[in-house]
Write a protein that binds this ligand. Sequence first.
Ligand SMILES: Nc1ncnc2c1ncn2[C@@H]1O[C@H](COP(=O)(O)OP(=O)(O)OP(=O)(O)O)[C@@H](O)[C@H]1O
Length: 261
Amino acid sequence: MISISNASPAVAWHHVRKSYPDGLEALRGIDLAVAPDECLAILGTSGSGKTTLLKMVNRLIDPTSGDVLVRGVPTRDWDPIALRRSIGYVIQDVGLMPHMSILKNVGLPLRLQGRPSQERNDEAWERLELVGLDPARFATLMPHQLSGGQRQRVGVARALMGDPDLILMDEPFGALDPITRRELQDEFRRLCVQLQKAVVFVTHDIREACRVADRLAIIDHGKLMQLGTPSDLIERPANDFVRDFFRDAEAVVEVTPGASE
Ligand SMILES: Nc1ncnc2c1ncn2[C@@H]1O[C@H](COP(=O)(O)OP(=O)(O)OP(=O)(O)O)[C@@H](O)[C@H]1O
């Protein structure tokens, strides 16, 4: 599924460093690239710099030095609003507008682009179908009438509005029970294969990363420890940190789409 060699990256981090004003070095020289049809998981322990890395893509955070390129253009040359509107973004608590129907919530990105309501509603209807929510039932419901898993699907539907070629997700399945979480992970994996978009997602759950992503970037204390497919990392860990991360590798391999390829 990955075509890294013959396609320019959807996102690339070049020598990226980030120091916060209190002196903390959150990222210490990251080089990483995501192919246009690749799902990359950024994995690491709490505080390792995952979210900082992700938020640089849509310019919620700028690097202290180095470059982040989106579609070949450094983020500092992108207008932040135009950049954000061109990228789908899914966050853990989804952030739905409580007083808007599900259809209107999903249609919001197109509303911000000033697109007519019929067009917004038609596309939102299609996106709900795509994420497995029957629009005839869900379109008119309000967010509080949905379960956590259903709200998460709405978040994914909204991120797909306008057909972005790049989607960012920060712990998208974090707040769900294990069964719903697994179901959504599998469905999201199917969507990734079907839609062939660049997806970058942050998680600290190794099983989730192996289940959903093509490649994993393991970071620790702001440094890239290893980048590779799940089977690369399991079979050839670059160091003890990565080996420890995969301590229960046998169980991980069982759930790994790429591990047996
Ligand atoms: N605005 C800030 N000011 C100072 N330090 C910050 C700021 N934002 C993040 N940090 C620090 O940078 C480091 C990396 O944070 P980041 O949120 O990227 O980690 P993470 O890997 O996503 O963690 P988690 O899994 O717990 O969300 C942490 O030590 C954090 O405290």
